[in-house]
Design a protein around this ligand. Structure first.
Ligand code: GDP
Length: 525
């Protein structure tokens, strides 16, 4: 039977996996794709050597056009649900796009390396999720290796991230002595069975929380210690509270090993139970409800430009917020009031990529764009204009001075900078009096893309002088006294002419705060 729109929306789970590089994001993503039957063997996401990815037509399109979108959005079916996993690029690919992707998800999975605990990039991405109040599910990974004490890791989570944690399960040993997990939530013990090819044994518990039946594991001190700790947590720890999870105030914590696949299935099943369906989205006129069948609405959260100069087209990623997409639908771009027919679109199935037949709230579709769309644009069907809240801007951390190499090409330089700034590829600042151009980014890649695109799309060569990392803080125009600028901070204005100070380091910020206690310094996100 055909599904109703409400049923389709209810089946969507759209989330991002956030982590510091090397914590295991790719490995866990592959496991999730394997469960959904989207790939046949691990190693396909990164390696792209084998499996369905390499075979898909999409790869050919990517090659031809030079746009890499392979793993930007992965869509898989699991247990009657459609899971949309959005990639949050890390390493040298970390950019404002990484943050903006988090604006398009309904929940996040935070992967932590059990040997390392909370790392800087996890913290940054977590902050953005927290600001949005979206549910955050924690997976503490690499239990097959010796790592830090589980109690210590959970305490760190609560202290550093300031979020309550609720262990859904508890590891029994680690490294060579890893026996499995004491599953608090499902009231069972899950033991590893390497020789069974990932099929684990589930042992039931009695009402004292102990394993029922005659299993040798009961004599192991590793089991009894895990049992003691799990019972202690039940007594003294946070209480399970579904509403707090939904509000992003309590994170359910799972332990496992993505590499051996241990604990990932158990995690996914609980995640499916508690991860929210697509949420309503705010506008000045009230909320847009996902099941509003009349009107397709969505917003653009990412634009991927073509790196191949022979092809100037781009792909705009639209998160659908309401209604149902069908090929050929007419929409209006709210910002420009321009009409657009959405016929040339693509979806992001992990096993095949083709034209989108149908998509609903929570889904991400790719629109081929020749320059009509900008990040943050709202698209709507029908006559009544819809404008979603603006996407937030993020405080850049890296800065470069930038000048055109060729004075004769100044015009194209200014045009290119203006357009790339508008598009959200980079942020622009100017020194307060002399108006020298400074560009700001959250990741190094943004500078490289900026330089490349200026050259290839605007024929403007630039000189870039790194200024290193700075702490950008905004102050009220009324508070501004140009004497506040010193060798430790550089007074600039942002692209809306608001004054902003670029501090050398935290010490310089504190020094300023001590000197001007009445002045409020503000950051973006
Ligand atoms: P990402 O950078 O977060 O995407 O991390 P990857 O998934 O690429 O993993 C980084 C490295 O850690 C790779 O060498 C993985 O094989 C390894 N790794 C991932 N998960 C586990 C795990 O559960 N146990 C162990 N021992 N290694 C893992």
């Amino acid at each position: 039977m055909a599904q109703t729109l409400a049923e389709k929306v209810q089946s969507r789970k759209t989330f991002a996996i956030i982590s510091h590089p090397d914590a295991g994001k790719t490995t866990i993503t592959e496991q999730l794709l394997l469960f959904g039957g989207a790939i046949r063997q691990a190693g396909t996401v990164k390696g792209k050597k084998s499996g369905k990815f390499a075979k898909s037509d999409w790869m050919a399109i990517e090659k031809q056009r030079g746009i890499s979108v392979t793993s930007s959005v992965m869509q898989v079916d699991y247990d009657g649900f459609q899971i949309n996993i959005l990639d949050t690029p890390g390493h040298e690919d970390f950019s404002e796009d990484t943050y903006r992707t988090l604006m398009a998800v309904d929940s996040a999975v935070m992967v932590i390396d059990s040997g390392k605990g909370i790392e800087p990039q996890t913290k940054k991405l977590f902050k953005v999720c927290r600001m949005r109040g979206i549910p955050i599910f924690t997976f503490i990974n690499k239990l097959d290796r010796d790592g830090r004490e589980p109690m210590d890791l959970v305490a760190e989570l609560e202290e550093v991230l300031e979020i309550d944690a609720y262990p859904m399960n508890w590891p029994m040993g680690m490294g060579k002595n890893f026996l499995g997990i004491y599953d608090i939530y499902n009231e069972r013990v899950e033991v590893t069975h390497p020789e069974q090819n990932g099929d684990n044994d589930f042992l039931p518990l009695n009402d004292k929380g102990e394993i029922v039946g005659d299993y040798p594991i009961k004599d192991s001190t590793i089991y009894t210690q895990a049992l003691d700790e799990a019972l202690l947590l039940k007594e003294a720890g946070n209480k399970f509270d579904e509403e707090a999870i939904t509000n992003g105030e309590l994170t359910p914590v799972f332990f496992g090993s993505a590499l051996t696949g241990f604990g990932v299935h158990t995690f996914l099943d609980a995640f499916i139970d508690f991860a929210p369906q697509p949420a309503s989205k705010k506008t000045a006129e009230g909320d847009v409800v996902p099941t509003d069948a009349e009107d397709l609405t969505g917003f653009i959260f990412k634009i991927q430009a073509n790196m191949n100069p022979a092809h100037r087209d781009r792909i705009a990623f639209m998160r659908i917020c309401s209604g149902e997409f069908e090929p050929g639908v007419d929409v209006t771009i709210q910002r420009t009031n321009k009409k657009m027919k959405l016929s040339h679109t693509t979806q992001f199935m992990a096993d095949s990529r083709g034209n989108v037949e149908s998509a609903v709230a929570g889904d991400i579709i790719g629109l081929y764009d020749t320059g009509n769309l900008q990040i943050g644009d709202t698209l709507y069907e029908g006559k009544d204009p819809v404008q979603f809240e603006a996407l937030p801007q993020f405080t850049p951390e890296l800065f470069m001075k930038v000048t055109p190499k060729n004075v004769m090409k100044q015009k194209s330089f200014y045009k290119g900078v203006k357009q790339l700034v508008q598009e959200g590829a980079i942020q622009l600042y100017k020194t307060y009096h002399t108006e020298e151009f400074i560009i700001g980014a959250v990741g190094q890649l943004q500078f490289e893309v900026f330089q490349y695109r200026l050259l290839h799309e605007y024929k403007a060569e630039v000189d870039m002088t790194p200024m290193g990392s700075k702490i950008a803080r905004w102050i009220d125009e009324d508070d501004l006294d140009t004497n506040m600028s010193s060798s430790r901070n550089l007074l600039c204005k942002d692209r809306f002419d608001n004054p902003v100070l670029l501090f050398e380091n935290q010490f310089a910020v504190r020094w300023f705060e001590d000197k001007y206690p009445d002045i409020k310094l503000r950051s973006l996100l």
